[in-house]
Design a protein around this ligand. Structure first.
Ligand code: 13P
Length: 255
């Protein structure tokens, strides 16, 4: 049975104290309110990570993730943070290939394949993001774009390593816009992703892969999105900055 996950991507928000305060609210609410097997993952800026990992001890339903990691093991890369460094402070997950990294920092599928390898080699679990722009959807090339992102970004992995990934489908046109993909649109792409995984590996690997939806997901639209057969949770931006909203989204999976 694949895992149900709701991951919060804080992006470049919250100073140190604000981040710790939000995380403390989240852990307390999760402890009191979450009754299922779903997992919360909080992906904060680097400066919070060490403290959040300490605070998460004893809360097995809350994990901590980073938002990026460099492709090299170490070296002269001023300003960068390595996968090994993240692992050394106890980080469990790392978002790779977010569309903002692709768009503003020029991250290509080729680069992301290297980042994925390095993250896995350091025992981190990548949350690998894929998704099309509005222009690509309107030109009807969105299936091909997503297929290419999979082939070039992660399909070089063997099945055992692929099984360590979480995939996140985030249509770029839905991110931070308040325009959510309809549950039918999201399900259509999620089913396509799972079909591609089955074709590349096998049905078991496909059935075991957690595929998250991201893009203006909130407590109102999450129940319908998460009710779809191939949507296993969410990658949440704006709504993850409010403990009540984030935990309400997580509660959708309550037993
Ligand atoms: P929003 O939920 O703010 O649209 O952001 C989604 C996202 O980019 C999560 O990674």
């Amino acid at each position: 049975m694949r895992k149900k996950i709701v991951a919060g991507n804080w992006k470049m928000n919250l100073d140190y104290n604000e981040g710790l305060a939000l995380f403390s609210e989240i852990t307390n609410m999760v402890k009191d309110e979450i009754t299922g097997k779903q997992q919360a993952v909080v992906c904060s800026p680097f400066i919070h990570l060490h403290s959040l990992v300490q605070m998460a001890k004893g809360y097995d339903k809350v994990s901590v993730g980073a938002q990026n990691a460099h492709q090299a093991e170490s070296g002269a890369y001023t300003g960068e943070v390595s996968a090994k460094m993240l692992k050394s402070v106890g980080v469990e997950y790392v978002i790779l290939g977010h569309s903002e990294r692709r768009q503003y920092f020029g991250e290509t599928n080729e680069l992301l394949a290297k980042k994925t390898d390095t993250a896995l080699a350091n025992d981190l679990k990548p949350i690998f993001c894929i998704g099309e722009t509005l222009q690509e959807r309107e030109s009807n090339v969105h299936f091909q774009v997503i297929k290419d992102q999979l082939i070039e970004g992660v399909f070089h992995l063997d099945a055992a390593n692929f099984a360590k990934l979480v995939i996140a489908y985030e249509p770029v046109w839905a991110i931070g816009t308040g325009v959510t993909a309809s549950s039918d649109q999201a399900q259509e792409i999620h089913a396509f992703i799972r079909k591609e995984i089955a074709a590349k590996y096998n049905q078991q690997v496909a059935d075991d892969t957690t595929i998250l939806y991201g893009g203006s997901c909130n407590p109102k639209n999450a129940p319908e999105l998460f009710a779809q057969a191939d949507i296993d949770g969410g990658l949440i931006g704006g709504a993850s900055l409010k403990s009540r909203d984030f935990v309400d989204i997580l509660r959708v999976f309550n037993a």
